[in-house]
Design a protein around this ligand. Sequence first.
Ligand SMILES: [Zn+2]
Length: 119
Amino acid sequence: MNLNDIIAQLGSLRDNSKDSLRADPENEIYTADVTACETAIRVLAALVGEGCADLDGVLDILQDYRTLAKQYQNLHRKFEIPGKPIHKDGVWHCPACNSRVSPNHTHCHRCGKKMGWKR
Ligand SMILES: [Zn+2]
């Protein structure tokens, strides 16, 4: 079953609950059913808007987002979070790749690690 089929089915369930609600306007279960169906339809429509057609498409896009988040975390850690240079044998070294760095370098010229000279 693709997402548009599920959306159509949920729309039918919502309409059935609305019909039941007309006969019993105070019924909290029917009210909750309508809200749940409408929310689920919006969630699925957003996924269709992202290019998902079915469950495999949803799982693929979630995996893509997880992969992108991990890549972003790694880039952030490397280029935005400073690492304290290590002083040994009279020279400063990058804490990430051990390459020589100078106090006027904002980033390691070899690996790109941000240098945290202060503190
Ligand atoms: Zn480096």
